[in-house]
Design a protein around this ligand. Structure first.
Ligand SMILES: *Cc1c(COP(=O)(O)O)cnc(C)c1O
Length: 370
């Protein structure tokens, strides 16, 4: 039987009646844009993450872009991030006119290497933009120290890490602001696009509410230049519904990851994901490492098992970002990881039988018995 990397349909089937009733309720309400569903979800999601304010926007990319704009970042400024992220992290920085500056990652976690940050800082550095890749939090204590010491903003890219925790606190609650994506595949996914900015800076939140709404507070009067980037009522209502089950879903992801851990430990040259002490991994991705990555990926594909590489080409080596001027070899660990990582199917409704197929296929690849 083919094993899909991800599929939203089991979730949809399970909640079909409630989801349809929710859509109906919103359509009946007479309000489709920036109404009570959006403000209610903003409050509940911010509270879930332990932050004061939430501002719903059209996507995770817009959440990053508008947060940077709200912090006053633009042309001539430098934003420190990683190259092993989704393209939108960097696209959002560029959309403000600022320059992304890449730092290499740690070999053990694949996350930003804080020890390498001071070396890239200049008089133009304005903001640290760590990415909690795959559902594991970056080293927030070290990042907060750096932000304080060098007077930098800290913007967390939480698109892949909703529900992850660092020392008992949810990601998104550490930075000046944090950006979330509700793209369907994400841990808390909508049935379309959506995003949110969280911040406990009330003034910044007010500014962001204007920025997402043509610079207006209402009344066809712009107080500042703005954009159009809104989360809509239907998506907010569906997200509200799914938020109630989020903790259980994250626990199910952890349960599935535990099953992979137990079955794949010591198999071949596989290196399994690590969880540093004091952290709770949300397992958006379950990413293993092997020197035989392409071979393993092809082997799984011949058995109908989908796997993914997140991500095959680091952004500094993409032709679309060649103008940034990074040569191959400039981020050695990032580049090495790109050749070794493989993400296995993992989502809360992944049938147990399908996960066993994945495990058996990997064991067979490494010459174990099936
Ligand atoms: C998905 C993602 C984004 C962008 O979110 P969209 O909602 O697709 O715009 C940004 N950063 C990371 C790390 C992501 O995975």
């Amino acid at each position: 039987m083919p094993v899909k990397f991800w599929d939203y349909r089991p979730q949809w089937q399970k909640q079909r009646t409630t989801l349809l009733a929710t859509i109906e309720r919103v359509f009946d309400s007479g309000r489709l844009i920036l109404g009570p569903e959006v403000s209610g979800f903003e409050e509940r999601f911010a509270a879930y993450c332990g932050v004061d304010c939430g501002v719903g926007v059209a996507s995770g990319t817009d959440a990053l872009f508008l947060a940077l704009k709200g912090l006053g970042i633009g042309i001539g400024d430098e934003v420190i991030t990683v190259a092993n992220t989704a393209v939108p992290t960097v696209a959002a920085i560029r959309a403000t006119g600022a320059t992304p500056v890449f730092v290499d990652v740690r070999d053990d976690t694949g996350l930003i290497d804080c020890a390498k940050i001071p070396a890239v800082l200049t008089a133009h550095s304005r903001c640290l933009l760590p990415v909690h890749l795959g559902g594991l939090a970056c080293e927030m204590e070290a990042l907060l120290c750096l932000a304080r010491e060098y007077n930098l903003f800290l913007l967390e890219d939480c698109a892949q890490a909703t529900g992850a925790q660092y020392q008992g606190k949810k990601v998104g609650s550490f930075g000046t602001a944090a950006a979330f994506s509700f793209y369907p595949t994400k841990i808390l996914g909508a049935y379309g696009d959506g995003g949110m900015i969280l911040t406990s800076d009330h003034e910044l939140a007010e500014k962001l509410r204007r920025l997402r709404f043509y610079g207006m507070e209402g009344g066809y009067y712009a107080l500042a230049e703005g954009y159009n980037s809104r989360l809509d009522e239907v998506q907010a209502a569906l997200l509200n519904l799914r938020l109630a089950g989020l903790d259980a879903e994250v626990q199910e992801r952890q349960h599935l990851a535990g099953r992979y851990d137990a079955a794949l430990n010591g198999v071949g040259d596989l290196r399994l994901p690590i969880v540093p002490h004091g952290q709770s991994h949300a397992y958006y991705l379950y990413t293993v490492r092997t020197s035989r990555r392409d071979e393993l990926m092809n082997f799984l594909a011949t058995r109908g098992i989908e796997s993914r590489i997140n991500y095959p080409t680091p952004i500094h080596l993409m032709s679309g970002y060649a103008f940034l001027g990074y040569a191959p070899g400039s981020l050695p660990i990032t580049e090495q990881l790109a050749g070794e990582i493989l993400s296995l199917p993992l989502y809360p409704e992944l049938p147990e039988g399908e996960q066993h197929e994945v495990i058996a296929a990997i064991q067979a690849f490494y010459g174990g018995s099936e």
